[in-house]
Design a protein around this ligand. Structure first.
Ligand code: BGC
Length: 441
């Protein structure tokens, strides 16, 4: 297969910059019978929750086919592979053995393993509304580090606690399917606490290269009208500051701490744990959001139905190309996001790694994905030139996979997966990235 689009080689980043790809356990592993159930298994079993009615019971069958997937990674020539460890699998007999084998295979292939300890597949018996789940997470982190820590250097605690709170607990679009709106805030606090406790547990196990993968994006006000600007600021607070401020500044944005469980003394004490210094900060970036004052109606946005009572409304981003998922393609917003973060957090912002960036397009000759990745890598480079300390870029995703409530309808992979035969076929974007990484020397 030929990557037809002529592109320049990848821009040069400082030495040590990591090129990688990301996946998550629930989205690719399958083999659900060989582990305990998670909230996602229960959610997908409920009719109507996943658009195409599918489940992740088989997904890409990565659990059984990981040697083939590691061979793909080696061929691609990435420095590192970000995958997630399934907590329910670790709770099952022999579950950790799988990650042991995977990490061994990655090391043998010269690909650095970077595990994420939680990518939304919470053991079914646990609940983020309970504070105790944070303590349990730290115990689990210690178990995984005890087993893999001799080969794993770089760790990620949580993936996108914002989405897990918002989609899973506030809007009911993801597992566990609760629609608590602002009563979901304890879920954010307990995940942040879990993160801080896990950082301590990982450090106690000898780890010294720890980050988190948070989803962030610029928020653009629909107009200069004060009500639109106020609504956009509120959205920015929910998506960006609610999760970054406690981690980087050790405090919640004004007015938020009062809403968290244990206020005031308990929250203050927890914030000290949450703000454990990080070695780096992971950002998952997909698109900016245009936000205005509430319009008093439900809004369909990115596959979600946003209720009318929210104090903001999400508006269409006009004038940009969109992916097959309808997401706007705005590479320059990545530069804006990173430069904005550096301005907002100053020297409290550790080095940044883009832990996810990618797009959903059909087809194997995916020239649009090549253009998307090329544009975003260059936008990242511009942020680096403007003084943001960026240390890595990870494409979401290695494989087409189970895209949560969208089922298998959205294809984010560099590698096509035929869900009938499970055959993997590298797309044009895979060839493009492989050649670009080779050309880098
Ligand atoms: C998540 C992935 C997901 C991707 C595309 C991120 O929010 O971490 O699990 O597949 O976006 O929607």
């Amino acid at each position: 297969m030929i990557a037809r689009m002529a592109t320049n080689p990848l821009p040069q980043f400082p030495p040590g910059f990591l090129w990688g790809v990301s996946t998550s356990a629930h989205q690719i592993e399958g083999a659900v019978q060989e582990r305990d159930p998670s909230v996602w298994d229960a959610f997908t079993a409920e009719p109507g929750r996943v658009k195409d009615g599918s489940t992740a019971a088989v997904a890409c069958d990565h659990y059984h086919r990981y040697p083939e997937d590691v061979a793909l990674l080696a061929d691609l020539g990435v420095d590192a592979y970000r995958f997630s460890v399934s907590w329910p699998r670790v709770n099952s007999p022999g579950g950790l053995d799988f990650y042991d084998r995977l990490v061994d295979a990655l090391c043998a292939a010269g690909v650095r393993p970077i595990p994420t300890l939680f990518h939304w597949d919470l053991p079914l018996e646990l609940d983020w509304l309970n504070r105790d789940t944070a303590e349990r997470f730290a115990e689990y982190a210690a178990v995984v580090a005890g087993r893999l820590g001799d080969r794993v250097r770089k760790w990620i605690t949580l993936n996108e606690p914002a989405e897990h709170t918002l989609l899973g607990h506030a809007l009911g679009a993801h597992a566990p399917g609760r629609r608590l709106l602002f009563d979901a805030l304890p879920v954010a606090h307990h995940q942040l606490l879990a993160h801080g406790l896990a950082v301590r547990a990982l450090r106690a196990a000898g780890a010294d290269d720890i980050g988190i993968a948070n989803s962030h994006g610029p928020t653009w006000a629909a107009s200069r009208r004060p009500e639109d600007v106020e609504a956009a600021d509120f959205y920015d607070l929910l998506l960006n500051r609610l999760f970054a401020d406690p981690l980087l500044l050790g405090r919640y944005p004004d007015g938020v701490g009062e809403l968290m469980p244990g206020h005031p003394e308990g929250v203050e004490a927890d914030l000290k744990v949450i703000a454990e210094p990080l070695d780096w900060y992971g950002i998952n970036y997909y698109q900016p959001t245009r936000v205005g004052a509430p319009q008093g109606t439900e809004i369909e946005f990115g596959g979600l139905t946003l209720p009318a009572e929210l104090p903001f409304s999400v508006r269409e981003l006009e004038g940009y190309p969109v992916t097959d998922f309808g997401w706007a393609v705005v590479p320059e917003a990545l530069t804006e996001l990173l430069v904005g973060f550096r301005e907002r957090y100053g020297d409290r912002l550790p080095p940044v790694v883009i832990t996810e960036n990618g797009c959903s397009y059909e087809g194997i000759d995916d020239q649009e994905r090549i253009a998307f990745l090329d544009g975003h890598v260059r936008a990242l480079h511009r942020a680096s030139e403007q003084g943001v300390d960026v240390r890595g870029y990870f494409v979401w995703s290695l494989l087409d996979n189970f895209e949560w409530a969208e089922g298998y309808a959205r294809r984010f992979g560099l590698v096509h997966v035929d869900y009938d035969t499970l055959e993997r076929t590298p797309k044009a974007s895979f060839v493009w990235l492989r050649d670009a990484l080779r050309a880098r020397g």
